[in-house]
Design a protein around this ligand. Sequence first.
Ligand SMILES: Nc1ncnc2c1ncn2[C@@H]1O[C@H](COP(=O)(O)OP(=O)(O)OP(=O)(O)O)[C@@H](O)[C@H]1O
Ligand SMILES: O=C(O)[C@H](O)CO
Length: 523
Amino acid sequence: MAAVLQVLPRLARAPLRPLLSGGAVVRLASGMALAEQAQQLFESAVGAVLPGPMLHRALSLDPGGGQLKVRDRSFQLRQNLYLVGFGKAVLGMAAAAEELLGQHLVQGVISVPKGIRAAMEHAGKEEMLLKPHSRVQVFEGAEDNLPDRDALRAALAIRQLAESLTADDLLLVLISGGGSALLPAPIPPVTLEEKQTLTKLLAARGANIQELNTIRKALSQLKGGGLAQAAYPAQVVSLILSDVVGDPVEVIASGPTVASVHNVQDCLHILNRYGLRAALPRSVKTVLAQADSDPHGPHTCGHVLNVIIGSNALALAEAQRQAEALGYRAVVLSAAMQGDVKSIARFYGLLAQVAGAHVTPAGAGASAAEDEQLWELATELQLPNPQLKEALEAVVGAGGPICLLAGGEPTVQLQGSGKGGRNQELALRVGVELGRRPLGPVDVLFLSGGTDGQDGPTEAAGAWVMPELASQATAEGLDVGAFLSHNDSHTFFRCFRGGVHLLHTGLTGTNVMDAHLLFLRPR
Ligand SMILES: Nc1ncnc2c1ncn2[C@@H]1O[C@H](COP(=O)(O)OP(=O)(O)OP(=O)(O)O)[C@@H](O)[C@H]1O
Ligand SMILES: O=C(O)[C@H](O)CO
């Protein structure tokens, strides 16, 4: 497989060459063509949300260079354009913005993860790097996605730049996932350490990103609209790469350019829910009490344009287009796949069984019971049932090869000390599910990949599986159940068939959560 992957275009930007011609499927041995297609489609999904394509879709300069167009809005340029940014994908976004805006850009400051420049250099991703004498100052910090002194210095430099702007200026704000940790500016007397401890405790007790960021906003000078306020009266345009299900601008990176709608009561409820209210540091109580009696009320953001420029849905839509070009009937089921990895794996197993029963003339494979279980599970996972049904009927009704796409962020309850990630664990579990179901005369393949190219603390982006996985593993003396019980999916895939099932893209420079692709092809 490694050899096959190496010949694939890196994060394909060119149109894909159809592998289905004249109705005849061009196949390699043991379903390899399917794996190759899956990898290609995953890469095309990622390609659609890379910084360059995203920025080019969102921004354009008029031919005279006097105006910047953002979607349908125009902004006058006269040496008044500034840039700030924070997030895991912001280095590449800033590089793309610099390329596009050229001399119009007066000054910028970005806060990006520690080591990202070296990593991009090492990966040979020149397009993700700023020019040698860039006007954009780069701060690296927030090791392990935790706010630290370096990120604090970056946040202060960003605030200083924002506060220096006038009503004639335009501030471009580049935002991506990981932005919260890269923009820490606690409201005194709360210290960085106190804020860090509180967010760590909340995360460890199971608070979701909405809850976590509600607290972060309440304790921050720049989150929850604070950055927009600091830049006032300059105009602000935020270009946002979403790493949160549903693309809520007030949650992504804690909405620094979105007025917060939460009040102190919301914060106290959250702190109560996770048993943290009683032990709050005095400083946090002080800041929350002040917010309650703030005569200015919440920040207003009338001078801001917030634009989502990249999302899981956009990435899936591109993969869907490319799947259709390859001759598949393709449908996006959901960009909001959330929940326990075990339930999601079961869902894909049932889906393959139910859909498989419809794509072959024999029509065997699923009973009414499986059909019912599938819809029950879809309800449990909060997938939109009517749309799901409609979409499935449309693709499977006509027969022929199908590709079902979804995305989001499953949850893994870690029980063991093994090495893995959400995507590899999901793929392994789906492999087991596929193996224990009658699927009829269809080739089935499932791929799960993290769009940032790194699944958990591993060097792989994810993995792909087929129904034969469990029996092949047994033949190799590998006990899938034992690997799963230790959350050791990466070790499994490294051993299994010499590691050919691992998806390796390297760091991609973007992040719109995970993509899941399920292929069914009648034999
Ligand atoms: N051994 C493991 N097996 C399965 N999942 C794991 C394992 N170790 C960590 N994880 C999962 O990996 C995730 C953290 O990895 P990762 O950095 O890829 O995700 P993230 O923090 O959501 O960041 P991003 O959104 O940038 O991908 C957590 O969801 C965690 O549960
Ligand atoms: O930075 C953050 O808050 C998370 O990545 C969600 O956007």
